[in-house]
Design a protein around this ligand. Structure first.
Ligand SMILES: Nc1c(NC[C@H](O)[C@H](O)[C@H](O)CO)[nH]c(=O)[nH]c1=O
Ligand SMILES: CC(=O)[C@@H](O)COP(=O)(O)O
Length: 139
């Protein structure tokens, strides 16, 4: 049994709820425990994980968020920098599954967040578990 932290950027409540449910159910199905922490937006996810990672309280993390393209370049910043931050931590050996959706519209987000459809929350949880398993075997 491992302990995971789901870090969710609570920007679109109804979509977040679906993603967190998918991630949590997947962790539970695999016999793991988890807590959920909320941050304001996807840009805060890497910083939150970086702050917590060294505490030793969690074995892995699942990043959950939804970034929907708006009218300005802001989308590129939020989508790109949140992914870059998560990836940088992953390269430092922190097991993180990236479940931050970066989509054109709400319909695309809903299709991916819904556990009955693409279930990207579960996919991110699986990625976090896979990275943790590698870390346990090789470090
Ligand atoms: N536009 C979206 C954001 N923007 C907010 C940023 O993530 C950040 O919280 C703000 O710039 C303060 O640092 N966040 C999302 O998660 N999704 C969006 O669509
Ligand atoms: C992430 C985004 O692009 C969006 O939420 C911001 O919208 P806008 O570019 O219209 O300010």
């Amino acid at each position: 049994m491992a302990k995971f932290l789901i870090v969710e950027a609570r920007f679109y409540d109804h979509l977040n709820d679906l993603l967190v449910k998918g991630a949590g159910d997947e962790l539970r199905r695999n016999g793991h425990e988890f807590d959920v922490m909320t941050v304001p937006g996807a840009l805060e996810i890497p910083g939150a994980i970086a702050t917590i990672a060294d505490s030793g309280r969690y074995d892995g993390f699942v990043a959950i968020g939804v970034v929907i393209r708006g009218e300005t370049y802001h989308f590129e910043i939020v989508a790109g920098e949140s992914a870059r931050g998560v990836m940088a931590l992953t390269m430092d050996g922190v097991p993180i599954g990236n479940g931050i959706l970066t989509v054109e519209n709400e319909a695309q987000a809903l299709e991916r967040a819904d556990p009955a459809r693409k279930d990207k929350g579960a996919e991110a949880a699986k990625a976090a578990m896979a990275l943790l398993s590698i870390a346990e075997q090789y470090s």
